[in-house]
Design a protein. Structure first.
Length: 83
């Protein structure tokens, strides 16, 4: 069984991202998982459209200053905080 090494490779996280998901390095899959833990814990899904995430003060820098992004946009924006 082959594991996608690109997804499971631990990556360096930006300080903004670490403030939300914890200390890196961590694989992209774990980053996304931890983001969802944070989003659910702080009730940041738009109640009218669950696919949209509303940014709090910690998420705003990760979301490029936007106050609301779609799940798909979130994944793209998070990539800029991984190296």
């Amino acid at each position: 069984m082959a594991i996608n090494s690109a997804l499971s490779k631990p990556l360096k996280l930006s300080s903004e991202l670490e403030a939300v998901v914890g200390q890196g390095p961590m694989p992209r899959t774990e980053v996304v998982k931890q983001l969802w833990v944070y989003i659910k814990k702080h009730d940041l899904q738009n109640p009218k459209n669950k696919r949209n995430i509303m940014a709090d003060d910690k998420l705003k820098p990760i979301f490029g200053g936007k106050s609301e992004v779609s799940m798909f946009e979130m994944t793209k924006l998070v990539s800029a905080h991984l190296s």
